[in-house]
Design a protein around this ligand. Sequence first.
Ligand SMILES: [Zn+2]
Length: 132
Amino acid sequence: MFSRGHKLNSILFIRCPRCHEGAFIQRKVYDFSGLTSVRKSCPSCALNYHLEPSFYFGSMFVAYALGVAVMVAVIVMNHLLMESFSFLKAFWSIFVVLIVLAPYLNALSKIIWANFFFHYDPEWKVKYPIKK
Ligand SMILES: [Zn+2]
């Protein structure tokens, strides 16, 4: 399921959508020295990650969907674990979970967005050799 060639491999490990080897973002996800920024190109296969200026603006739709999914999951967990539902407890638990997961969700939304447009190529080493 997570083997190389499957989109989940690229998404969950935040790697290049074409070769599934190169790093996709500049820094580690929880490195707070800046916002999650996408590299210009893949260090392994030299795929240009930016098809056009502001290419990753569209990832905000993915981030919204991920945020809603996390919110629903937290509400369900709250409902299952707590004896009585409290709107205030649900609100604060959603708030804390979203704050903690924000850097990962940000990176996840960008790699999911990139996987809409780039696809795994098993012959990338032959087709796109990096010139040194
Ligand atoms: Zn690559």
